[in-house]
Write a protein that binds this ligand. Structure first.
Ligand code: PEP
Ligand code: MG
Length: 585
């Protein structure tokens, strides 16, 4: 038995057989294979090579057509390399003779070549280093492509273990087979983790060393609450976990009694508790957990799970399905937030140096107006059928907001001309998830109907900490005074203008942070379905006056450590019942 610690990102415990998906584009770890697996591994390698050569032939022909023979020559260099035996034979040897995985063989030989070229003094060679890495990514990409189909062929109860999983891979898991997962990299608010929570799939990320230690086909236990991966658990451990499961069930039953009760504080203030969803199918779970509507529908998942770009009818059908399930309850549809860690196949082919600072979200939509308009048409058409709001993600400047609003007006005019019904007064709001938007909240408040604070991004952009990077996970601090001050400013600016403001980041589901948010003036929290019951119990146990006192004290500290320690201590003393039975880390 071996226990590996990581970050628990989705609570629950799962036990199953390990399925290793080991492609690691960032650092391909050395993985040995058994001698009997060599022929299959060689076949995978040869097939990735053939597919890469086919790609390059097509890319070369297209480049020659568009840019001319000279400019397209770079692809001939790529093709030449892939057919060069001094490059590919050592790869074959690493697999066949040293019994190493195809991924490791490919990446290590390419890396050696890149290092050799980089060390030369002739710029004709050093400039080729990027080409070599590019080529390496292409071959690894083909090896990775296979894993999609492998994942689709799982047979029994499985724990998936990998370097990283994409949000769409996670969303596509067959839930009757995949019971949980653990990855070497990743962060708590990355979208893969968010999807895991939405699906109720126990998950641990940043479990360093898990990829190397896990044996395909052996037994593993994932404890998503404590952030542990236990390889080959012994009987005593399994029994202990059966005990945990019993108390978790008791906790669930107690909280279930609150489902139909209102979320009102002890001094009579109603706190609206809404759900965050990625798919309409999650709505029954939000309502079943006591949520009273949807505060964030991440519609980009329509693009991530299907094979082709969704049509206007695909959008429309999804929104109508939501409205039916909600029966008059509110629904906030966020326009597509692609990019960063959420890619379609097409986008994945165009890597960016800094994807979180790149062509993501509203920027992407404003550069792809036909796609944006397709979605807006569907939302507006659906607005004739029930209470809908439109929310734009990642707004950074008023120009961007006005541009997006202008597109909505254009689409409204088109629909009016066609005689199609829609709600002309549909509320239009924005996410406040970058510091520029928070700092200028007073200006934005004049131009929107509502704000929703997205702490997941607000924290990463304020503190310059990649939300998906496990190496800086300790710096990703929701309680950082800069973050709290920004939230306070947004709340104040919104209140002055009478603009409703909610929070739909993951921090809203954290009980201690929720007290702070209420104290800072927020009256709507939108969270993952499973977080609603505990949040409701908290709301029903505190007064707004108490929360305000906590917030006043919290903003007086000058470090995130002090704020976190204060909240932890104060809130647990204030409402011990809200933490009953919770694992204390
Ligand atoms: C956020 O950034 O807090 C948010 C809710 O949006 P997403 O997690 O989809 O980026
Ligand atoms: Mg965001």
């Amino acid at each position: 038995m071996r226990t590996i610690e990581g970050i628990g990102v989705s609570a629950g415990v799962a036990i199953g057989r390990v399925f290793v998906v080991d492609t690691d584009h960032r650092r391909v770890s050395r993985r040995e294979i058994s001698p009997e697996d060599v022929p299959e591994e060689i076949a995978r390698f040869e097939s990735a090579l053939v597919s890469s050569i086919a790609d390059l032939n097509a890319v070369h022909a297209e480049a020659e057509r568009q840019m001319g023979r000279e400019a397209a020559k770079v692809f001939l260099f790529h093709l030449g390399m892939l057919q060069d035996r001094s490059l590919v034979d050592p790869m074959r040897a690493l697999i066949a003779e040293d019994h190493l995985s195809a991924e490791y063989a490919v990446s290590s030989v390419f890396r050696r070549w890149a290092e050799r070229f980089g060390a030369m003094h002739d710029s004709a060679f050093t400039t080729k280093v990027n080409d070599i890495y590019d080529l390496s990514e292409r071959v690894l990409g083909h090896l990775a492509g296979e894993r999609q189909s492998k994942l689709a062929e799982l047979t029994g109860p499985t724990i998936v273990i990998g370097a990283e999983l994409t949000p769409s891979e996670t969303a596509g898991f067959d839930r009757s087979k995949v019971l949980g997962f653990a990855t070497e990299y990743g962060g708590k608010t990355g979208h893969t983790s968010i999807v895991a929570r939405a699906l109720g799939l126990p998950a641990v990320v940043a479990a360093e060393g898990v990829l190397k230690a896990a044996l395909h086909g052996s037994r593993a236990l994932v404890d998503g609450e404590r952030g542990l991966v236990i390889l080959d658990p012994d009987e005593a451990t399994i029994q202990r976990y059966a005990g945990y499961a019993e108390s978790a069930e008791e906790r669930r039953v107690t909280l279930a009694e609150l489902t139909d009760k209102p979320a009102v504080t002890t001094d009579g203030v109603e706190i609206e508790l809404l759900g965050n969803i990625e798919f309409p199918e999650e709505i029954p779970s939000v309502l079943g957990h006591g949520g009273t509507g949807i505060g964030l529908y991440r519609t980009e998942f329509l693009y991530l799970t299907g094979g082709s770009e969704p049509t206007e009818e695909d959008h429309y059908d999804a929104y109508i399905a939501c409205l039916r399930l909600l029966e008059g309850r509110p629904l906030t549809i966020r326009t597509v937030d692609l990019g960063a860690d959420k890619y379609t196949q097409e986008r994945a082919a165009v890597p960016e140096r800094n994807p979180f600072l790149g062509l993501r979200s509203i920027r992407y939509c404003l550069q792809r107006l036909p796609m944006f308009k397709t979605q807006l048409r569907a939302i507006l058409r659906a607005s004739a059928e029930g209470p809908l709001k439109i929310m734009f993600p990642l707004i950074t400047s008023v120009g961007e907001l006005r541009h997006a609003r202008m597109i909505v007006r254009d689409v409204m005019e088109d629909l009016a001309e066609e005689g199609v019904a829609f709600d002309r007064e549909i509320p239009i709001g924005m996410m406040v998830e970058v510091p520029s938007a928070a700092v200028m909240a007073d200006i934005f408040a004049k131009e929107v109907d509502f704000f929703s604070i997205g702490t997941n991004d607000l924290i990463q952009y304020t503190l310059a900490v990649d939300r998906t990077n496990e190496r800086v996970a300790n710096l990703y601090a929701p309680t950082h005074p800069a973050v709290i001050r920004l939230i306070r400013e947004v709340s104040r600016a919104a209140r002055r203008r009478g603009v409703p403001v909610s929070c739909c980041g993951e921090s809203a589901g954290d009980l201690e942070f929720a007290v702070l948010l209420i104290g800072l003036g927020l009256r709507t929290l939108s969270v993952t379905a499973s977080a609603v019951p505990a949040l409701k119990r908290l709301v029903r146990s505190v007064s707004v006056t108490q929360c305000e006192r906590v917030a006043r004290k919290a903003v007086s500290f000058d470090s995130e450590v002090q704020v976190a320690a204060y909240l932890r201590d104060r809130v647990r003393k204030m409402v011990p019942e809200a933490f009953d039975g919770r694992a204390v880390e």
